[in-house]
Ligand binder design. Structure first.
Ligand code: 2E7
Ligand code: F3S
Length: 321
């Protein structure tokens, strides 16, 4: 079958969230203010383009604090760090800027507060993801990870009177709800977060893909393979029966994906820059698309303040703390 792409539908909201904007700005300001190199623990956000761009400006990305020289400036990634990493970085005397998304910090604070009241936790999340390591690492023990409904039966808390659920911020809203239901069925008195830990940006981007999926033949998600929230967007489309593919850049698009399809939906994960979306649009246009339309969605106005100590030039010290 030949390619008959005609329309591109752009999801809204898509791309950068407030936590990503802030995290990138922290690294850029640190580079401007203190000069290269600036060390960053883990990819500041899970996006190849963003990371390469910051590398070119003098950021050095490391996983192990042993790779940071004495006296260096160190930025923690948007995904957050464990207490152990935080303590070690402080003990080594680095100048630290914490780019942890404030919505992740909120989860860390809640975990610490409830732990003091004697709570144990069930965390819904993906094993090995840095956010999960950071949140689980807020306590020495007492956080049990579940990745899917089947894991709930295997949790062995020391007690069940004080159990609370916490989640990764970028989960599939629907999968997390199923797992939470299974947790509630096994532990009826479990304490659930007042407001879901899944963040506004994750929720809004998934809602937009759901809305879009019935109006298109294929969904393309701009996002790097390591990006949890981007993967979830492609999954949401596929679960609704619409083929969903992720691309790290326009070069990843494969012509055969579009065979026989005329309506292409396009979105981007919270760590994927708009410039990549524009490049993908141009490539799809080259396949024949003649119209590009934006599907209106939930407006986003969230903005997080920067940490102290990153003001530039004449900026007032009182306004960005
Ligand atoms: C931090 C947090 O960098 P990402 O692709 O991260 P995920 O968690 O989706 O792999 O996206 C931005 C971001 C999302 N959540 C950063 Cl905790
Ligand atoms: Fe924060 Fe959610 Fe973005 S947790 S970094 S606002 S995807």
């Amino acid at each position: 079958m030949s390619t008959v792409v005609q329309n591109i539908l752009l999801a809204e909201p898509r791309g950068f969230c407030a936590g990503v904007d802030r995290a990138i700005e922290i690294v850029e300001r640190a580079l401007t203010k203190f000069g290269a190199p600036i060390y960053v623990r883990h990819e500041i956000v899970h996006n190849t383009y963003v990371v390469d761009n910051l590398k070119a400006k003098g950021a050095i990305f490391i996983e192990d604090l042993d790779d940071v020289p004495e006296g260096a400036t160190l930025v923690f990634s948007a995904h957050g760090v464990s207490r152990a990493v935080q303590k070690e970085a402080v003990a080594r005397g680095f100048q630290i800027f914490d780019a942890t998304c404030p919505l992740v910090t909120k989860v860390h604070v809640e975990v610490a507060k409830l732990a003091k009241e004697g709570y144990e936790f069930i965390m819904i999340g993906h094993k090995g993801h840095p956010e999960v390591e950071g949140t689980m690492g807020q306590l020495d023990d007492g956080i049990h990870l579940v990745e899917e409904v089947e894991d709930v039966a295997r949790v062995t808390p020391r007690q069940t009177e004080r159990l609370a659920v916490v989640t990764q911020t970028t989960l599939s809203v629907d999968d997390a709800a199923h797992i939470a239901t299974a947790i509630k069925a096994r532990f009826p008195t479990v304490r659930e977060p007042k407001h879901q830990d899944i963040c506004y940006a994750t929720q809004n981007r998934q809602d937009a893909v759901k809305l879009m999926s019935s109006q298109v033949d294929i969904v393309i998600v701009v996002g790097s393979p390591t990006s949890s929230n981007s993967n979830r967007l492609a999954e949401v489309a596929r679960k609704l029966g619409t083929p969903g593919y992720m691309v790290d850049s326009a070069e990843d698009l494969q012509e055969e994906w579009f065979d026989g399809f005329s309506r292409v939906g396009l979105t981007a994960g919270a760590s994927a820059p708009e410039i990549l979306v524009r490049q993908v649009v141009e490539r799809i246009k080259a396949l024949g698309a003649v119209s590009v339309r934006t599907m209106p969605g939930q407006p986003e106005t969230v903005k997080f303040p920067l940490p102290k100590g990153l003001k530039l030039g004449s900026e007032d010290d009182e306004t960005t703390n």
